[in-house]
Design a binder for this molecule. Structure first.
Ligand code: MIC
Ligand code: SF4
Length: 758
């Protein structure tokens, strides 16, 4: 397999995929007896067996064969530590590792990258050598953020991939079904097993009209997030169609698909069109564009479905792009959506700090040539009037190719001329790798970014920072005003000489007229002599630790468990296993478990996030310490969650840590898709209250029995007995989504144990 892992997807791989389409699409039409959406065509073309694959949306589990696997450095460590224990000589599907998350943003690109190479050398060397040995392509630090590199090099219309990052769906902008997964799912596929997931529901978004003025691709997804909310896309593929789609560039489409993660969607998808072809050609993939043209009928929705979408989709949303205004979402959640014209009013009413302390442009979501071009157009207008930013503006290019090109074409200079600072091609401030020293911890302040997530503490580790999200041009304009309450679209700004300046709506080339400058290539091919590659995990390292298998289930019900935490409200993966300073322990299960639930708001100790009550003596202690104390005492525990538990990231640490610390069940009102899948993979019971009000029954000093485990079966409820300290007991019913295969994982201790045949 190693010979197919190069710096781009080989045309032969795409030819082989397209060759499967006529039969698979024929099978699908015959079995479903109706025309198809584009997503259905891609799914059938990648079904392990299109003739028998499950078809009932939201019910059946199905096996798919993705064309590629992509992993980023923060999640790849755990994925590859698991893969290593499987004992295989090489990966079975073309796979790549991208070093992007571990680079800290402090001073600027060059210095920050050098310091990252130094600080993370042990981890980079581990990832490099594992990649070299097992036939995996390796993208060095500085080459860019995984999703941009994938879009530029690997994504292709009608393909399917999985990636160990929740924003993997970015590749949907080029017509790929690209799904974010935990590392254990990636391990299955790399080991040659199919990717098993629930047949997704289908939400259709009908785009009419065309994007113009200040409205950007970002505003489409902010609007959709406002409509669907953070859980509205759970278990569904969001498929865009309609004439409006073609008014959006390929990179703009990628922005929309990227942020589909924020509404819980399995992935999002655009059809192949002339804008996709233009992007493929501009990124050196002319032959691929020609091939896609030749198969175009399979790479879009059937016309009958587009004409009568309500009949075929589970839900349809209509958006008229002609009427779309620029939006800003936040704080603290990506679905709190307002048009710019309404932000000032809301800020005053809600008491948000009006002055903006930082503005940030870039990330995997919004750092394309066009994005930076539109932001630079705003900057040029300001410069012409002698204006500078009123608030510091940080720019994170998404890839080395974009950085080299925007530098060559003077766009970075335009932004620097108004005072912007350029950071390394990496995640940086988007993932809490931002060393800010302008505020004190706990200080309430407002930031605006063109990123995708705005959970508390996400960017700077400070839960009191109010983070808002908009398009790159919106963020740049807001950096100029420095305030939340200036409607830069309709109102004039004041230049230093007192003249008033009305900003023109930004325009920019979608693709560089002189072609992309590839910059410094960051790709390293796997070794041609794998046996010579040695993988080093130093004993005693605090960054890397080889994995011990989790113990198999002993056949007994779980009795007398404590309630470690009862999470109130949002409990995202950033609450369960925060990133930022903890990113350095992503390859060391013991050490990273020191952050378990440290951001969670616990009903039993609400004064401060991350605190818990020791059921044995009533003392209030940090949750990670409590979990460890229970583990050391041999006590099993459960975690209780509210709606959309585990929303956000794909990090499987949020499931491995509870498992490692003796958590045996997580019982919630509802799960986010990846979080639930990750728990099942690690052998934790992922249970949902049959009656959501039962959440209220849990008290701090309860003990919990989960009974009838010997009869665990697909579709059967699981009984949970809640024993209160007053001697009373509540017996409640919970549901689960375990298939026979998932139950086998639970019995074996984890999915990995099954893979290894333990
Ligand atoms: C994120 O945006 O939260 C991350 C960091 O990219 C995560 C992955 C991780 O936690 O390593 C994601 O989105 O999956
Ligand atoms: Fe990196 Fe942020 Fe994108 Fe996650 S969302 S991949 S942290 S840039």
């Amino acid at each position: 397999m190693a010979d197919t892992v190069g710096p781009t997807t080989p045309i032969e791989l795409v030819e082989a995929v397209y060759a499967r389409y006529p039969k698979a699409v024929g099978d699908a039409r015959r079995r479903l007896g109706r025309p198809l959406t584009f997503a259905e065509k891609v799914l059938f073309a990648h079904a392990d067996d299109p003739a028998t694959v499950g078809v009932e949306r939201g019910v059946d589990y199905a096996d798919y064969r993705p064309d590629r696997v992509a992993m980023q450095d923060a999640t790849a460590q755990m994925a590859l530590l698991q893969f290593m224990t499987a004992g295989l000589p090489t990966v079975q599907v073309p796979s790549t590792v991208h070093c992007d998350h571990l680079i800290q943003a402090r001073v600027g690109a060059d210095i920050d990258l050098k310091s990252a190479l130094d600080v993370n050398s042990e981890v980079y060397e581990f990832l490099r050598s594992v990649s070299a040995k097992y036939g995996i392509g390796f993208w060095k630090p500085g080459s860019g953020i995984i999703h941009q590199v994938v879009l530029e090099q690997y994504a292709f219309p009608g393909g399917m991939m999985i990636g160990t990052d929740s924003h993997t769906p970015n590749a949907g902008g080029l017509g790929m079904v690209a799904i974010g997964v935990g590392g254990a799912d990636a391990v299955d596929v790399m080991a040659g097993w199919p990717f098993n997931t629930r047949v997704p529901k289908l939400i259709g978004v009908h785009l009419r009209g065309s994007l113009s003025g200040w409205a950007a691709a970002k505003d489409v997804i902010l609007k959709v997030a406002g409509i669907l909310t953070v859980k509205g896309g759970t278990g569904a593929i969001v498929e865009y169609f309609g004439d409006g789609a073609e008014s959006i560039s390929a990179t703009g489409k990628a922005t929309i698909c990227n942020m589909g993660a924020e509404i819980g969607a399995t992935c999002s998808l655009f059809p192949y069109d002339s804008r996709s072809a233009a992007y493929l050609k501009a990124t050196g993939r002319e032959a691929l564009a020609d091939l896609a043209d030749a198969h175009a009928e399979h790479l879009r929705i059937d016309p009958e479905v587009a004409a009568d979408p309500e009949r075929y989709f589970d839900r349809v949303i209509d958006i008229d792009l002609d009427e779309l205004e620029p939006h800003l979402v936040g704080p603290h959640t990506p679905d709190l959506d307002r048009p710019i014209s309404d932000v000032g009013r809301a800020a005053r009413e809600e008491g948000y700090p009006i002055e903006i302390s930082y503005a940030l442009v870039g990330s995997c979501t919004n750092s394309s040539y066009e994005d930076i071009g539109r932001a630079a157009h705003v900057a040029r207008q300001a410069k012409a009037h002698g204006m500078k930013v009123a608030t510091p503006l940080l720019i994170t290019p998404g890839s080395e190719q974009v950085r080299a090109t925007i530098q060559r074409d003077g766009l970075l200079a335009d932004l620097e001329a108004i005072g912007a600072t350029v950071l390394a091609n990496a995640c940086g401030p988007c993932i809490g790798q931002w060393q800010r020293d302008d505020i004190t911890p706990g200080e309430r302040n407002t930031i605006v970014s063109s990123f995708n997530r705005n959970f508390p503490a996400r960017n700077d580790g400070n839960a009191a920072t109010l983070s808002f999200i908009g398009s790159p041009e919106t963020v740049t304009a807001m950096a100029l005003t420095g305030r939340l309450d200036v409607d830069f679209v309709h109102d004039a700004l004041v230049a230093p000489d007192g003249t008033s300046v009305t900003l023109e709506a930004p325009t920019a080339d979608e693709l560089p007229a002189r072609g992309f400058d590839p910059g410094e290539s960051g790709f390293q091919a796997p070794s041609s002599d794998p046996s010579s590659v040695e993988i080093v995990v130093a004993p005693g390292s605090d960054r890397l630790e080889l994995l011990e298998p989790f113990a198999a289930w002993d056949g007994h019900d779980f009795l007398g468990m404590n309630v470690l935490v009862k999470a109130v409200g949002k409990c995202t993966t950033d609450h369960i296993s925060p990133a930022g300073p903890w990113l350095k322990y992503r390859g060391h299960l013991t050490n990273i478990s020191g952050n378990l639930f440290s951001g969670a708001n616990n009903a039993f100790a609400l004064d401060k996030p991350g605190m818990g009550v020791d059921a044995r003596d009533g003392s209030v202690v940090p949750l990670p310490d409590l979990a460890r104390a229970y583990k050391e005492a041999g006590v099993f525990w459960v975690a209780i969650g509210d709606e959309n538990y585990g929303e956000g990231s794909s990090r499987e640490h949020a499931a491995m840590e509870p498992r490692y610390m003796n958590g045996r069940a997580v019982i919630v009102r509802s799960f986010a898709r990846i979080a639930e899948a990750n728990l099942k993979k690690q052998g934790v019971l992922a249970l949902t209250f049959a009656n959501p009000d039962d959440y209220e029954r849990l008290r701090v000093d309860d003990t919990i029995d989960v009974v009838g485990l010997a009869e665990l079966a697909p579709g059967n409820p699981v009984t949970v007995e809640i024993h209160h300290s007053d001697g009373s007991t509540d017996e409640i019913s919970t549901t689960h989504t375990m298939s026979d295969e998932h139950i086998a994982w639970f019995r074996a201790g984890s999915a990995l144990n099954v893979l290894k045949g333990d």
